[in-house]
Design a protein around this ligand. Structure first.
Ligand SMILES: Cc1cc2nc3c(=O)[nH]c(=O)nc-3n(C[C@H](O)[C@H](O)[C@H](O)COP(=O)(O)OP(=O)(O)OC[C@H]3O[C@@H](n4cnc5c(N)ncnc54)[C@H](O)[C@@H]3O)c2cc1C
Length: 286
């Protein structure tokens, strides 16, 4: 037997949860999460969330320029503009939903610095910002009577129908079910797990990209994957614990095997050059 929804959101990370909060409350929404709820890249995010919000001395033009420089001007300018100009209202919105960012003794928000940013504009919750954001968003979504969350439920395939989409789901008890909807949001996260070593969660296998491709979407720029330059190598597993860039933002140096700093040989922004530049320099040093 199949079930019908107005919207199915595939993915229960920050993107999927925030989409559910922002959709009209009269819609009947299903959110899918293929593993346990906390297992997603959003809850791993440490450093914080960039945005110009109540930030004297900073403005969205600086944020936009920094983003374009970090993207070697290959960015979609319209998308960058949306990102930087909507950041303030989204930061304010999630604060109202209950997200707590660290504050200075005078009550203003503490903002740290990360690579590529010319100003201190990273709002954070200690070094567990993603966990704070996802757990708060989840608490809010769980109070919405129009939203159902199915945990340990994997979307295996999707096809277009005359009225929307039909999704085949593998449920927690290994049985299968079909769900139909008028609209579908793919919020299944990234593709980090295609690499041998990664800081990404086990769920980051690009499922949404595959489904979209199978339904005829044109996929581009798959090689534009951002690597975290610094991670803890435990020599035992593929999974590497991220050593956040915010550590360099607060003054940490990178040393080569001779215990010498080397970033000055590659970029005047030193340890806070954009991540692709730092990653490249580390590879050349090793
Ligand atoms: C270690 C680490 C640190 C980071 N630090 C920062 C930071 O400080 N600041 C920052 O801005 N960004 C940071 N990022 C990047 C950021 O976390 C991600 O860009 C963002 O969280 C992606 O959110 P998302 O909701 O799109 O995906 P995710 O949070 O990865 O969520 C994907 C969801 O999709 C579900 N899913 C996937 N496939 C299926 C399927 N077939 N069926 C059903 N459900 C499915 C998963 O179960 C999961 O719930 C970091 C990333 C990592 C890995």
């Amino acid at each position: 037997m199949s079930k019908n929804y107005d919207v199915i959101i595939a993915g229960c990370g920050a993107a999927g949860l925030y989409a559910a909060i922002n959709l009209p409350s009269e819609l009947n929404i299903l959110i899918l999460c293929k593993r346990d709820l906390p297992l997603c890249n959003s809850s791993l995010a440490q450093g914080g969330i960039a945005g110009v919000y109540n930030s004297p001395g900073d403005n969205i033009q600086y944020h936009q320029n920094d983003t374009l420089i970090a993207g070697s001007f290959k960015n979609n300018v319209e998308a960058v503009h949306t990102l930087v100009s909507e950041a303030a209202q989204d930061i304010e919105h999630i604060i109202k939903l209950g997200v707590e960012f660290d504050k200075n003794p005078d009550g203003t928000y503490h903002r740290t610095l990360e690579g590529g940013h010319s100003h201190h504009r990273i709002f954070h919750h200690a070094d567990a910002t993603g966990k704070e954001i996802t757990s708060t968003l989840l608490e809010n979504v769980q109070q919405l009577s129009n939203v159902t969350i199915m945990e340990n439920t994997m979307m295996c395939s999707v096809k277009q129908t005359k009225t929307g989409y039909s999704a085949l789901l593998k449920l927690a008890d290994d049985s299968y079910e079909t769900c139909n909807c008028h609209f579908m949001i793919m919020a299944t996260g990234g593709i980090g797990r295609v690499y041998q070593f990664t800081t990404n969660s086990a769920i980051a296998t690009g499922d949404g990209i595959t489904f979209a491709y199978e339904m005829g979407a044109k996929i581009k720029n798959l090689s534009y994957v951002q690597f975290h330059p610094t991670a803890f190598n435990n020599r035992a597993t593929r999974e590497c614990f991220l050593i956040s860039e915010a550590v360099r933002g607060e003054g940490a140096y990178l040393l080569n095997c001779h215990k010498e700093r080397f970033m000055h040989n590659y970029d005047e922004r030193l340890e806070l050059a954009p991540r692709d530049v730092v990653s490249h320099a580390i590879i050349l040093e090793s």
